[in-house]
Write a protein that binds this ligand. Structure first.
Ligand code: BDR
Ligand code: CA
Length: 311
């Protein structure tokens, strides 16, 4: 039986690769994509999610529009990384598949209530506004979630939007605070691990050489946002942040981390959205997170390339 997942997303080129990896993997059943404002405003993330489903030949995957702004702060976007459309790199056809009528938050609540308890995993790869809104509106769903595997935060790597904060958590720290306090089984892919999942020339060329439309599209996206990270970090390539979540569901043995306590900074403007990660256990607070710190990058890229070849 495939594992049922809902991907909560703000595509974003790396979100797009995560979605493609999930759709290419028979171990996973994608019940829906719930879109949120993040990398670009909501209308564009909804559009991009549909472009990606159509690219994968999966216009049957239901796509829902969710929250268009954080719980209490102004929306911050990241066109400087992802381009004006959020999916700059290659021009793909305008999507024709529909956007579902239901709000993403209603879909999350209805699905978690309808499916067997503990059978649906949530995979948030954008700001946590939709997930936190669902938890606030329907607290009964919290115990029904099998697990949350999200991309966000950082410990030793610091932040990527401010010195202290990573983008997904920074955009909606109040939402992240609700999710990290919820008591759900939580696995987190912070910058500490995603900054080790770097594209390199040979890895990008392996995507480009795949038959069909998907590999070249992925190569064009990674080419596009690579420039930004290479300039910023002087690194070999760009981190494919969001696909780490899906790869973890497929092959958890590729990743290493620690069970620790993580709290979210919601007060200080200086460190707003910081994931205060007790890596050394100095607070003696009970762990609420499996915080990942390392991966086998070669095996990750082999898995990703082999799966994308199936689309
Ligand atoms: C995260 O922020 C977004 O720009 C990416 O899609 C990823 O989810 C990395 O900080
Ligand atoms: Ca994202």
């Amino acid at each position: 039986m495939p594992r049922k997942i809902i991907i909560d997303t703000d595509p974003g080129q790396d979100d797009a690769v995560a979605i493609l990896l999930a759709l290419a993997s028979h171990e996973l059943e994608v019940l829906g994509l719930t879109c949120v404002a993040g990398n670009v405003p909501l209308d564009l993330t909804v559009r991009n999610a549909r472009i990606v489903c159509e690219l994968a030949g999966r216009p049957d995957v239901p796509v829902f529009a969710g929250c268009d702004r954080p719980l209490s702060r102004d929306l911050v976007t990241a066109e400087y990384v992802h381009g004006k459309t959020g999916l700059d790199g290659i021009t793909l056809p305008d999507p024709v598949m529909p956007v579902q009528d239901r709000h993403a938050v209603d879909f999350l609540i209805d699905t978690l209530r309808a499916e067997a308890p503990g059978s649906v995993t949530l995979v948030p790869i954008g700001p946590l506004t939709n997930i936190a809104t669902a938890m606030k509106r329907a607290p009964d769903i919290i115990d029904r979630i099998a697990e949350i595997v999200l991309m966000g935060g950082g410990c030793f790597e610091g932040g990527n939007v401010t010195p202290a904060a990573e983008f997904n958590i920074y955009v909606d720290p109040q939402a992240a605070d609700i999710v990290f306090r919820a008591g759900v089984r939580l696995t987190v892919m912070p910058l500490d691990v995603t900054h080790k999942a770097l594209t390199t020339r040979p890895r990008i060329e392996a995507f480009r050489a795949l038959p069909g439309r998907v590999g070249p599209a992925v190569a064009s996206w990674t080419d596009f946002f690579e420039r930004f990270d290479m300039e910023k970090y002087g690194s070999e390539g760009a981190p494919l942040h969001d696909p780490c979540t899906i790869a973890y569901l497929l092959q958890p043995d590729l990743f290493r981390g620690r069970h620790i306590h993580v709290a979210i900074e919601t007060t200080s403007e200086l460190t707003m959205g910081m994931t205060v990660a007790d890596w050394w256990g100095v607070t003696r607070r009970a762990p609420n997170t499996f915080f990942v710190g390392d991966l086998d990058a070669d095996a990750f890229y082999s898995l990703l390339t082999a799966r994308l070849a199936r689309l």
